[in-house]
Design a protein around this ligand. Structure first.
Ligand code: ATP
Length: 366
């Protein structure tokens, strides 16, 4: 097994790309550490599959290099890379039994019969296919067929990484949680590097130790679920993680004050005078409705969602969401909001700005 480094990786499907807009993958620098479980999270079309296919060798990148530890594998073919890939839709041999399907990658590599039998039995047990080992794959449900694909992905113990490209799309919703849990225990047991692609934040946050967030062909942040929630590096992460996502209010920033429509919000840090388009970000969980203090809002509607109330409101020209505990009465004279100062983020041209006590300003990763 090896760490996998992506160095200045970019890809365009255009034969003669003219500018950045022609690139599906704009520039990616990242190292997947050996043995970790990652999620690659981003909306449809942001370049996730392109990135996976470049790593497994199905696609040659327009620019950049891929290194396994120190070895440059950019020109190596798929079998030399030794990467297993599980796709969105099941890839199974219908005429073979479930057991033969699971054994296939091992037979292909000339493994010994004893080893194959033991390994197939163990994987089948772990993902709940034991009872089906002798059955032909033809005629099995889509769920079971995708379990076979997952099993084939994890059956080899000599792979450098296992890439899962939205593997639970065809799986029945109640089985998704079970399979995700099984994948996690396979990771714990075998310690392979696993990269799990999804556009679903719940899947990403529950599967991975580290989540790599992609947006428009770029990796915008790599972090634990908590880091993505607390300190989003980019407005996209703030908006994409959380339900509802972060609120953004256009402001001008002067030191430790943010100003919107002539009203001031005191900030916990000093941000100097950032140049560019600045916005204040605050998660709905850290907005409080008040009867006087803070910025003026008008409440548009209130939804009761069990343990919480979701309030939609208008703050000057911006729409904002507020999450209140179910026990909080939303009253007609609650006409203002305040923000928990420690939970306020400041963004400049969409990137997070770190404040400091003395006014120095650091720009987030870009
Ligand atoms: P999804 O979740 O929908 O699969 P994704 O994040 O995996 O999306 P990609 O499939 O990598 O995104 O696509 C990134 C961009 O590249 C998209 O604009 C897509 O239309 C384009 N693209 C993908 N494959 C090809 C191709 N074979 N030829 C031309 N353009 C492509």
């Amino acid at each position: 097994m090896a760490s996998i480094t992506l160095e200045d990786l970019a890809h365009s499907y255009h034969p003669k790309p003219r500018g950045e807009a022609d690139f599906a993958l704009k520039q990616v620098n990242h190292t997947w550490e050996d043995g970790h479980a990652y999620a690659l999270l981003g909306p449809s079309g942001c370049g996730k599959t392109t990135l996976l296919n470049i790593m497994s060798g199905l696609l040659q990148p327009t620019r950049g290099r891929i290194l396994f530890d120190e070895r440059d594998v950019t020109a190596a073919n798929t079998s030399e890379r030794n990467i297993a890939q599980v796709f969105q839709f099941p890839v199974v041999y219908d005429t073979m039994t479930v057991g033969q399907n699971l054994a296939f990658p091992l037979r292909n590599r000339g493994m010994k019969a004893d080893y194959i039998a033991g390994r197939v039995q163990r994987i089948a047990h772990m993902i709940g296919l034991e009872a089906h080992l002798q059955q032909k794959a033809r005629g099995l449900t889509a769920d079971l067929k995708q379990k076979i694909s997952l099993g084939r992905g994890v059956v080899r113990d000599d792979v450098n990484a296992i890439l899962f490209d939205e593997p639970l799309t065809v799986i029945d919703p109640h089985l998704k949680w079970e399979l995700r849990t099984q994948l996690k225990s396979l990771h714990r047991e075998f310690g392979h590097t696993m990269i799990y692609v999804t556009h679903d934040q719940t899947e990403a946050l529950t599967f991975a130790e580290k989540v790599v967030v992609m947006h428009d062909g770029l990796v915008v942040q790599i972090g634990t679920p908590q880091e993505l929630f607390d300190t989003p590096a980019h407005t996209f992460v703030g908006y994409f993680i959380g339900s509802p996502g972060m609120n953004f209010i256009p402001v001008s920033v002067e030191g430790n004050r943010a100003i919107t429509n002539g009203k001031t919000v005191d900030l916990a840090s000093n941000y100097g005078s950032p140049r560019g388009t600045t916005a204040l970000g605050i998660r709905p969980e850290f907005v409080r409705l008040t009867k006087g203090a803070g910025l003026p809002v008008s409440i548009d509607h209130v939804r009761d969602v069990g343990r919480q109330k979701l309030v939609s409101a208008t703050l000057f020209d911006a729409k904002i969401n507020i999450v209140a505990d179910a026990g909080v009465e939303i009253e007609a004279d609650m006409t203002n909001v305040t923000f928990d100062p420690k939970k306020v983020s400041i963004f400049c041209d969409d990137w997070r700005v770190e404040g400091g006590p003395t006014g120095e300003v650091e720009r987030g990763a870009s």
